[in-house]
Ligand binder design. Structure first.
Ligand code: ACO
Length: 327
């Protein structure tokens, strides 16, 4: 019997405060019509000033642990996929470990921007298959709102805050993570970036004046590459698993833009009722988007035992990734 990893619990959390497109109309020169037509987003959640990314992780993790019927002390590894952690050092995973009292776990962060959750899923899956760890807590969490230029209408309307978590455990048999596929093209690093605050441009009065601590994105160029890349990615992922698009019960895409999601679904000839969409309510929560969507479909009973689930993401790096799961 093949050794695999299997998701045994999911959880998610989003801050209470809702910011609608109509609220944004009062802040920048935009409209509900433009945002809805170009992105599919209607509203997003925004963290409180005092709320940190590890706080969001904590709530999502508690729910995932409860669903898996696992105590924090049983977790052997915590991975937090994030590009908006509490601080550069220590890792948000370590801060989560403290808040969760998961004292027996190793902990680290992973940054692959919007592809971060699927990168983390691959790392966790391989650690489990190698026998290094048996019980892993993987969280995708972001407070994007604290890294947005609220005067830049081309970015501030797109993103939101939230966290999604999964518990992965060692399993045998046909069900579990079947494959993960990771890619990157660092030549296109400046398509989506947050240029300030690192060793290239350490924080200074000048980096603040030049607005280098905010997310910059070449939206239209990114859009075109995302559509092309994701269409190929989903087809290749199914081919490697000897599956047809019609075998897939549900596509769970990264939630950046409804037009990108629809293009990917069309390439698979997949009706939209087989696609998980929640960006209308959350916007793009980067690494949190897939695990939040996964938690919603699990809790609503939309996926059943033995279903094939296809996950895909595209983001800064540029990075892209996919995973195929038999639930
Ligand atoms: N409200 C009104 N008008 C706007 C807004 C706004 N919020 N933002 C931009 N516009 C204007 C632009 O100024 C431009 O006007 P112009 O034609 O007069 O110059 C016009 O709308 C069209 O702008 P585009 O950028 O060409 O619009 P596009 O249709 O490409 O949509 C968007 C922009 C939504 C950003 C889209 O390109 C997109 O979704 N890109 C991909 C994003 C993505 O997948 N990112 C990866 C994940 S992010 C991560 O990893 C952190």
């Amino acid at each position: 019997m093949l050794l695999r990893s299997r998701i045994t619990g999911t959880g998610s959390y989003a801050p209470e405060k809702i910011l609608t497109n109509f609220d944004l109309e009062k802040k920048v020169d935009t409209s509900d019509e433009w945002i809805t037509e170009r992105t599919g987003i209607k509203e997003r959640r925004i963290a409180k000033d005092a709320e940190t990314t590890s706080d969001l992780c904590l709530e999502a993790s508690k729910r995932a642990l409860q669903a898996a019927d696992m105590k924090p002390g049983e977790v052997e590894l915590i991975i937090v996929a994030t590009m908006s952690g509490d601080m550069p050092m220590p890792s948000t995973a370590s801060l989560l470990q403290k808040k969760l009292h998961a004292k027996n776990a190793a902990a680290f962060d992973l940054n692959a921007a919007c592809s971060g959750f699927l990168y983390g899923l691959s790392v966790a899956d391989n650690f489990i298959k190698a026998g290094t760890f048996r019980k892993v807590l993987l969280v995708g969490a972001e407070i994007m709102s604290k890294f947005l230029d609220w005067q830049d209408r081309s970015t501030c309307v797109l993103f939101g805050d939230g966290a999604g978590a999964v518990i992965l455990e060692k399993a045998r048999g046909p069900r579990g993570i079947l494959s993960t596929h990771l890619f990157s093209d660092g030549n296109l690093w400046d398509f989506i970036c947050l240029p300030g605050g690192g060793s290239q441009a350490p924080p200074s009065a000048k980096t603040i004046k030049d607005k280098l601590h905010f997310i910059k994105m070449k939206g239209n160029e990114t859009f075109k590459i995302a559509v092309r890349t994701l269409e190929k990615l989903v087809i290749d992922t199914l081919r490697e698993n000897n599956l047809k698009p019609s075998d897939v019960a549900l596509l769970i895409p990264h939630q950046a833009n409804l037009r990108i999601i629809k293009a990917t679904a069309e390439r698979l000839n997949m009706p939209m009722n087989k696609v998980a969409v929640n960006l209308d309510r959350y916007g793009n929560t980067s690494s949190a988007s897939i695990p939040i969507a996964l938690d919603e479909v699990v809790r609503s009973g939309r996926i059943k035992r033995d279903d094939y689930i296809l996950l895909e993401a595209f983001g800064a790096g540029l990075t892209w990734a996919s995973a195929l799961i038999r639930w």
